[in-house]
Design a protein around this ligand. Sequence first.
Ligand code: SF4
Ligand code: SF4
Length: 108
Amino acid sequence: MTYIIAEPCVDLLDKACIEECPVDCIYEGNRMLYIHPDECVDCGACEPVCPVEAIFYEDDVPEQWKDYTTANYEFFADLGSPGGASKVGKIDKDHAVVAAQPPREAEH
Ligand code: SF4
Ligand code: SF4
């Protein structure tokens, strides 16, 4: 199990969650942040600090955002397990589910 970042993070990515993560497993894509499913230790520290409630325990992801569970997993398919987001920096891609979202501006 892991925690998942869902649609409310898209185009917001304020990174409040990153500062809470004890294992530095929240990675930055172009339009959203993604939690590494193998590196996450399920501590739950990130979930309450997200201002838009984008973070869910894997079992609790709302039905309409189930694709984001897949997105968080598949984002890392070609990256393996880097072992720390800060040393990797911003990753110049997004999962197709995220890339397909219309741009969101000034909504939050
Ligand atoms: S649940 Fe804990 S380990 Fe997993 S992403 Fe959130 S803060 Fe990091
Ligand atoms: S705190 Fe929430 S909105 Fe901010 S980057 Fe993390 S998941 Fe995205």
